[in-house]
Design a protein around this ligand. Structure first.
Ligand code: FE2
Length: 320
């Protein structure tokens, strides 16, 4: 066999192997990531937040359901769910079974596009090259989903505010509906007409938390300017197909790939970076790579599906 053919056959075999690994192994290799975030007032007790995102649950994914239920061993104090829960109209019941150990805890959620519209058949490469695709797929039972999540008291923060009392702390919450669908309307929940005069979105809150499915910069800027000190988001899938030892190639929104998952700081107004004109206070941000994929792009590479335990701890910066 000519050497060029041999090389081509080798590349094809390696590609097929990587695809099989991404679709059969890594997509189901759920992992827990843990972070400590210094956002509470001095003297506060730590608060353990379980952050779940992007389950994209199919009715037959019983292993994923069991894995999520088993996270109850972490004994979280509260739960944040940043959307894209379901991938099928029949997924509501298994989803609520997966979340059942947490529904009586203090909790909050926002919705993603895959809480509104069923996934559609797409070229997986689209995920890498297109910023946004208008859904033309059937509607999912969003009302039933919201009812199931909110029934025990989880706050629906889709263009809404709320508050939770957790371990003696008042958490002010503000959220938006999915920015990836342009459903976000931050003006309708903006806490201060003049942020310069009153930057606290909820003046009575010990901590203000901004929650969004997709971390578009316009939303992160608006929340931070409005006093949010902690931002929590999902949607990116961590890039889903990342380059090992390098980074993700996309975030599926206008966030930079350096923040595709994990913890970073967010200064408003300059793509999250500090600038000379920026306010001195930056928010902490956590973006989850989520637990699922579209059933039509069932691959993950160098980006394991994840849930996160965020431990909120006191910050010296908040002394006095
Ligand atoms: Fe998603």
């Amino acid at each position: 066999m000519p050497s060029l053919w041999r090389a081509g056959a080798g590349v094809a075999a390696a590609g097929a192997g990587a695809l099989a690994y991404a679709g059969l192994v890594e997509r189901n290799a759920f992992t827990l990531r843990a972070f400590e975030l210094p956002v509470l007032p001095v003297g506060a007790d730590p608060i353990r937040v379980l952050h779940l995102s992007d389950l994209h649950l199919m009715p037959a994914q019983r292993r994923k359901v069991r894995w999520v239920r088993d996270l109850a061993r972490l004994e979280p104090d509260m739960v944040v769910n940043t959307g894209d829960n379901i991938a099928n109209p029949n997924s509501i019941e298994p989803l609520l079974h997966a979340l059942e150990p947490y529904l009586d805890l203090p909790g909050a959620f926002v919705l993603g596009s895959n809480d509104y519209f069923a996934p559609g058949r797409r070229n997986p490469v689209d995920y890498l090259v297109k910023k946004r695709v208008r859904p033309r797929t059937p509607r999912l039972p969003t009302g039933e989903l919201v009812e199931g999540l909110a029934e025990h008291g989880w706050r629906d923060l889709s263009n809404a505010r709320g508050a939770l009392s957790v371990k003696g702390m008042r958490l002010g919450l503000v959220g938006v509906d999915d920015p990836h669908l342009n459903y976000d309307d931050y003006d309708s929940v903006s806490g201060a007409a003049d942020p310069a005069a009153d930057p606290a979105a909820d003046p009575a809150a010990d901590l203000t938390v901004g929650i969004t499915h997709a971390p578009y910069t316009r939303v992160l800027d608006a929340m931070t300017r409005d006093g949010a000190e902690l931002l929590i988001a999902g949607h990116t899938h961590g890039g889903q197909l990342a380059v090992p030892f390098y980074r993700a190639l996309v975030t599926n929104c206008d966030l930079d790939t350096g923040r595709v998952k994990g913890v970073s700081r967010w200064w408003p107004g300059a793509n999250g970076l500090p600038s000379s004109g920026a306010p001195p206070r930056a928010a902490w941000m956590h973006v989850s790579a989520g637990l699922g994929t579209s059933p039509y792009a069932p691959f993950r590479f160098a980006c394991r599906p994840e849930a996160s335990l965020l431990t909120l701890v006191p910050s010296d910066a908040r002394r006095g």
